[in-house]
Design a protein around this ligand. Sequence first.
Ligand code: ZN
Length: 316
Amino acid sequence: MGKNIFSQKQFHDEAAARQWFEDARWPTGVYCPKCGSLEPYKTKKTGVYRCKAKECRKDFTVMTGTVMERSHAKLTQWAVAFTMGCASKKGFSAHQLHRQLGCQYNTAWFLHHRVMEAMRQGGLDLPPMGGKGEIVEADETYFGGVESAKMRTATTSGRKFTKSGKGGPSQKRAIVTLVERHGKVRSFHIPRADKATVAKIVTDNIHHESRLHTDQSRLYTSVGEMFGEHETVNHSQKEYARDDVHVNSAEGYFSIFKRGMRGVYQHCSEKHLHRYLAEFDFRYNHREALGFDDEARTVAAIKAGEGKRLTYHQAG
Ligand SMILES: [Zn+2]
């Protein structure tokens, strides 16, 4: 993220910010967010359009039907929030936004969470990852501390799954990530790193004809049998790659995530961890290698904010 990026007009001029958001959301022309009609007209009120369709007649702005709806923040503030979330590899925090905007912390917190919500991918309607003969890596890691006893990472017998067999991650938050080789990522914060939980994530998300690559963790032994191929690397034998078999993409993702969380997010409460993962997933899935520069990534996030709203309102 260039130092002078915030000298651009959309970050301090409300009309320019509105135009910037309209260009991102409606690149081929304004349409009604309620009925899809392509013939809205401008009303006398700044930024307000009215749908021409007889049975609709909805008034709307560029914020309607997006994560920005019913917010009192300025569009210039939203522009800074979206840009901070998308133009930095490490992501951003409410604290950084608070400093940049000079606004109240609560406002920054709210903007930050709504931008993260825009960046969250859909649920079960996502297409399966991989495909016939394509490689998908699955791997897990542990991060931060857990806050409640029932969130502890252990099997029902209390035995913990670990990479090396030593130490225990029971006080840490478990994360599973799936990465297509040279493609996209999906990450999950799971309450328990046990076989059933991991198997469900893997089978729900990965095409069964894919080549599944994991390490030799017992978490993947049974679920591996449900795939075209299941190939493993033996990390305990210091084997990190064998021909094209490895989980280096997953480990690369984890290192970006952990570095970003260390540098930026000092107070990520566990209940929000999945949102932070979604944010890192979004940037990874819109990275330069996949054809997105900072601007294209920001526009993608604004577009992705359509049709989403948050259901919680408290800071923390
Ligand atoms: Zn309409």
